[in-house]
Write a new protein. Structure first.
Length: 259
Protein backbone atom coordinates (compact mmCIF):
# COMPACT_ATOMS: atom_id res chain seq x y z
CA UNK A 1 0.00 0.00 0.00
CA UNK A 2 1.40 3.40 -1.00
CA UNK A 3 2.22 5.90 1.72
CA UNK A 4 -0.13 8.84 2.13
CA UNK A 5 2.13 10.81 4.49
CA UNK A 6 5.80 11.53 5.07
CA UNK A 7 7.20 9.54 7.98
CA UNK A 8 10.79 10.80 7.87
CA UNK A 9 12.23 14.05 9.18
CA UNK A 10 15.77 15.38 8.92
CA UNK A 11 17.45 18.05 10.99
CA UNK A 12 20.10 19.28 8.57
CA UNK A 13 22.16 21.22 11.07
CA UNK A 14 25.09 23.57 10.74
CA UNK A 15 27.17 21.48 13.13
CA UNK A 16 25.28 18.19 13.56
CA UNK A 17 22.48 16.42 11.70
CA UNK A 18 19.97 13.67 12.49
CA UNK A 19 17.18 11.64 10.91
CA UNK A 20 14.01 10.39 12.60
CA UNK A 21 11.01 8.26 11.66
CA UNK A 22 7.44 8.19 12.94
CA UNK A 23 6.82 4.81 14.57
CA UNK A 24 3.48 4.10 16.26
CA UNK A 25 2.83 7.82 16.68
CA UNK A 26 6.25 8.69 18.09
CA UNK A 27 9.22 10.31 16.38
CA UNK A 28 12.15 7.93 16.83
CA UNK A 29 15.68 9.15 16.13
CA UNK A 30 17.49 6.59 13.98
CA UNK A 31 21.03 5.71 14.98
CA UNK A 32 24.03 6.61 12.84
CA UNK A 33 26.69 4.19 11.62
CA UNK A 34 28.40 4.47 15.02
CA UNK A 35 25.13 4.13 16.95
CA UNK A 36 24.87 7.82 17.85
CA UNK A 37 21.75 10.00 17.69
CA UNK A 38 23.47 12.69 15.62
CA UNK A 39 26.46 12.97 13.34
CA UNK A 40 28.71 15.93 12.49
CA UNK A 41 27.60 17.74 9.33
CA UNK A 42 31.11 17.28 8.01
CA UNK A 43 32.50 16.28 4.59
CA UNK A 44 35.92 14.83 3.79
CA UNK A 45 37.46 13.38 0.64
CA UNK A 46 40.80 11.55 0.65
CA UNK A 47 43.49 11.35 -2.04
CA UNK A 48 41.76 8.33 -3.58
CA UNK A 49 38.65 10.51 -3.98
CA UNK A 50 36.69 8.45 -1.45
CA UNK A 51 34.11 10.59 0.36
CA UNK A 52 33.57 10.32 4.10
CA UNK A 53 30.71 11.94 6.04
CA UNK A 54 30.09 12.33 9.76
CA UNK A 55 32.38 11.51 12.66
CA UNK A 56 35.13 10.06 10.46
CA UNK A 57 35.12 13.23 8.38
CA UNK A 58 35.23 15.37 11.52
CA UNK A 59 38.22 13.41 12.80
CA UNK A 60 39.95 14.07 9.47
CA UNK A 61 39.08 17.76 9.78
CA UNK A 62 40.75 17.89 13.19
CA UNK A 63 43.86 16.18 11.84
CA UNK A 64 44.05 18.69 8.99
CA UNK A 65 43.64 21.68 11.29
CA UNK A 66 46.24 20.43 13.76
CA UNK A 67 48.78 19.53 11.07
CA UNK A 68 48.30 22.96 9.49
CA UNK A 69 50.15 24.41 12.49
CA UNK A 70 53.35 22.60 11.43
CA UNK A 71 53.75 24.41 8.10
CA UNK A 72 51.21 27.25 8.55
CA UNK A 73 49.36 26.19 5.42
CA UNK A 74 45.73 25.16 5.61
CA UNK A 75 45.19 22.83 2.65
CA UNK A 76 42.16 20.88 3.81
CA UNK A 77 39.81 18.54 2.02
CA UNK A 78 37.43 18.49 4.99
CA UNK A 79 34.57 20.96 5.35
CA UNK A 80 31.98 21.80 7.99
CA UNK A 81 29.41 24.53 8.66
CA UNK A 82 28.66 24.90 4.93
CA UNK A 83 24.99 25.30 5.83
CA UNK A 84 25.87 28.91 6.69
CA UNK A 85 26.52 29.60 3.00
CA UNK A 86 23.54 27.78 1.48
CA UNK A 87 22.07 29.76 -1.39
CA UNK A 88 25.24 31.79 -1.98
CA UNK A 89 28.06 31.63 -4.53
CA UNK A 90 30.53 30.41 -1.90
CA UNK A 91 32.66 27.49 -3.15
CA UNK A 92 34.78 25.00 -1.22
CA UNK A 93 37.94 24.01 -3.14
CA UNK A 94 39.02 20.38 -2.82
CA UNK A 95 42.52 19.62 -4.08
CA UNK A 96 41.84 15.88 -3.87
CA UNK A 97 38.79 16.15 -6.13
CA UNK A 98 40.37 18.83 -8.28
CA UNK A 99 37.27 21.00 -8.22
CA UNK A 100 35.19 23.37 -6.12
CA UNK A 101 32.03 22.25 -4.34
CA UNK A 102 28.91 24.30 -3.62
CA UNK A 103 27.22 24.26 -0.22
CA UNK A 104 24.26 22.32 -1.58
CA UNK A 105 26.57 19.62 -3.00
CA UNK A 106 28.21 19.17 0.40
CA UNK A 107 24.81 19.17 2.10
CA UNK A 108 23.60 16.53 -0.36
CA UNK A 109 26.37 14.20 0.81
CA UNK A 110 25.24 14.69 4.43
CA UNK A 111 21.66 13.89 3.41
CA UNK A 112 22.81 10.78 1.53
CA UNK A 113 24.60 9.56 4.65
CA UNK A 114 21.51 10.11 6.81
CA UNK A 115 19.40 8.32 4.23
CA UNK A 116 21.78 5.34 4.30
CA UNK A 117 21.09 4.76 8.01
CA UNK A 118 17.60 3.50 7.12
CA UNK A 119 18.12 -0.14 6.23
CA UNK A 120 14.60 -1.55 6.08
CA UNK A 121 13.12 0.59 3.31
CA UNK A 122 14.00 3.03 0.56
CA UNK A 123 13.12 6.65 1.42
CA UNK A 124 11.73 8.83 -1.35
CA UNK A 125 10.07 11.61 0.68
CA UNK A 126 11.29 13.61 3.66
CA UNK A 127 10.65 16.72 5.74
CA UNK A 128 13.77 18.85 6.23
CA UNK A 129 13.87 21.60 8.83
CA UNK A 130 15.49 24.97 8.09
CA UNK A 131 16.17 28.08 10.20
CA UNK A 132 13.29 30.53 10.38
CA UNK A 133 15.61 33.22 9.04
CA UNK A 134 16.35 31.27 5.84
CA UNK A 135 15.50 33.23 2.70
CA UNK A 136 13.94 31.75 -0.44
CA UNK A 137 17.33 31.20 -2.09
CA UNK A 138 18.52 29.24 0.95
CA UNK A 139 15.36 27.14 1.03
CA UNK A 140 15.69 26.47 -2.71
CA UNK A 141 19.30 25.37 -2.17
CA UNK A 142 18.12 22.98 0.54
CA UNK A 143 15.57 21.49 -1.84
CA UNK A 144 18.25 21.07 -4.51
CA UNK A 145 20.50 19.32 -1.99
CA UNK A 146 17.67 16.91 -1.18
CA UNK A 147 17.13 16.19 -4.87
CA UNK A 148 20.85 15.52 -5.32
CA UNK A 149 20.62 13.13 -2.38
CA UNK A 150 17.91 11.13 -4.14
CA UNK A 151 14.75 12.39 -2.46
CA UNK A 152 11.88 12.64 -4.93
CA UNK A 153 9.66 14.74 -2.65
CA UNK A 154 10.82 17.21 -0.01
CA UNK A 155 8.81 19.36 2.36
CA UNK A 156 10.59 22.18 4.20
CA UNK A 157 9.56 23.12 7.74
CA UNK A 158 10.90 26.02 9.79
CA UNK A 159 12.85 24.79 12.81
CA UNK A 160 10.96 26.85 15.44
CA UNK A 161 7.65 25.55 14.07
CA UNK A 162 8.95 21.99 14.22
CA UNK A 163 10.06 22.53 17.82
CA UNK A 164 6.70 24.06 18.76
CA UNK A 165 4.81 21.17 17.16
CA UNK A 166 6.93 18.66 19.06
CA UNK A 167 6.17 20.55 22.27
CA UNK A 168 2.47 20.45 21.49
CA UNK A 169 1.68 24.09 20.76
CA UNK A 170 -0.69 23.06 17.97
CA UNK A 171 -3.16 22.08 20.69
CA UNK A 172 -6.26 24.30 20.73
CA UNK A 173 -5.76 24.79 24.45
CA UNK A 174 -2.61 26.79 23.83
CA UNK A 175 -3.87 29.60 21.60
CA UNK A 176 -1.82 32.78 21.75
CA UNK A 177 1.66 34.02 20.94
CA UNK A 178 4.78 32.01 21.70
CA UNK A 179 8.43 32.97 21.43
CA UNK A 180 10.69 30.11 20.36
CA UNK A 181 14.48 30.34 20.64
CA UNK A 182 16.76 28.01 18.70
CA UNK A 183 20.40 28.34 19.72
CA UNK A 184 22.30 25.73 17.73
CA UNK A 185 25.87 24.82 17.01
CA UNK A 186 26.21 27.40 14.28
CA UNK A 187 23.08 29.56 14.09
CA UNK A 188 20.59 31.37 16.29
CA UNK A 189 16.89 31.83 15.55
CA UNK A 190 14.09 33.56 17.40
CA UNK A 191 10.57 33.13 16.08
CA UNK A 192 7.29 34.64 17.24
CA UNK A 193 4.57 32.05 16.66
CA UNK A 194 0.84 32.67 16.63
CA UNK A 195 -1.37 29.71 17.48
CA UNK A 196 -5.09 30.06 16.82
CA UNK A 197 -7.63 27.24 16.59
CA UNK A 198 -4.82 24.72 16.26
CA UNK A 199 -3.25 26.59 13.34
CA UNK A 200 0.34 27.67 13.84
CA UNK A 201 1.90 30.56 11.91
CA UNK A 202 5.22 32.38 12.14
CA UNK A 203 4.37 36.01 12.88
CA UNK A 204 7.95 37.29 12.84
CA UNK A 205 11.51 36.00 12.90
CA UNK A 206 15.01 37.20 13.60
CA UNK A 207 18.18 35.21 13.27
CA UNK A 208 21.93 35.18 12.94
CA UNK A 209 23.67 32.62 10.71
CA UNK A 210 26.95 33.29 12.54
CA UNK A 211 25.88 32.90 16.16
CA UNK A 212 26.02 29.47 17.75
CA UNK A 213 27.95 27.21 20.04
CA UNK A 214 30.92 27.17 17.67
CA UNK A 215 31.15 30.95 17.90
CA UNK A 216 31.26 30.70 21.68
CA UNK A 217 34.10 28.19 21.32
CA UNK A 218 36.08 30.63 19.21
CA UNK A 219 35.29 33.49 21.60
CA UNK A 220 36.85 31.45 24.42
CA UNK A 221 39.92 30.87 22.23
CA UNK A 222 40.20 34.56 21.32
CA UNK A 223 39.47 36.06 24.73
CA UNK A 224 41.03 33.51 27.10
CA UNK A 225 43.39 31.02 25.47
CA UNK A 226 45.24 33.23 22.97
CA UNK A 227 45.84 36.09 25.47
CA UNK A 228 47.24 33.51 27.91
CA UNK A 229 49.60 32.13 25.25
CA UNK A 230 50.58 35.63 24.10
CA UNK A 231 51.51 36.51 27.66
CA UNK A 232 54.00 33.63 27.77
CA UNK A 233 55.27 33.36 24.20
CA UNK A 234 56.08 35.66 21.30
CA UNK A 235 53.23 35.13 18.85
CA UNK A 236 52.62 38.74 17.80
CA UNK A 237 53.63 38.07 14.18
CA UNK A 238 51.26 35.10 14.03
CA UNK A 239 48.32 37.09 15.36
CA UNK A 240 49.08 39.86 12.86
CA UNK A 241 48.69 37.42 9.96
CA UNK A 242 44.98 36.63 9.44
CA UNK A 243 45.64 33.23 7.84
CA UNK A 244 48.10 32.09 10.51
CA UNK A 245 45.86 33.41 13.28
CA UNK A 246 42.94 31.39 11.91
CA UNK A 247 45.11 28.26 11.76
CA UNK A 248 46.18 28.83 15.37
CA UNK A 249 42.58 29.47 16.49
CA UNK A 250 41.39 26.24 14.90
CA UNK A 251 44.25 24.23 16.38
CA UNK A 252 43.70 25.63 19.89
CA UNK A 253 40.00 24.86 19.67
CA UNK A 254 40.62 21.24 18.68
CA UNK A 255 43.39 20.79 21.26
CA UNK A 256 40.99 22.07 23.93
CA UNK A 257 38.35 19.55 22.81
CA UNK A 258 40.88 16.73 23.17
CA UNK A 259 42.04 17.85 26.64
Amino acid sequence: MARTKIDYGIDLGTTNSAISRMENGDAIIKKTDIQADTMPSCFYVNKKKAIMIGQGAYNALKRDKLSAMKNWEDDTNAFIEFKRTMGTDKKYPSSNLGKELASEELSAEVLKALKSFIKDENINAVVITVPAAFKNNQIDATRRAAKLAGFEHTEVLQEPVAAAMAYGLDSKKKDGFWLVFDFGGGTFDAALLKVEDGIMKVADTEGDNYLGGKNLDLAIVDEIILPYIENKYTITSILADDNKKQILRNAMKFYAEEA
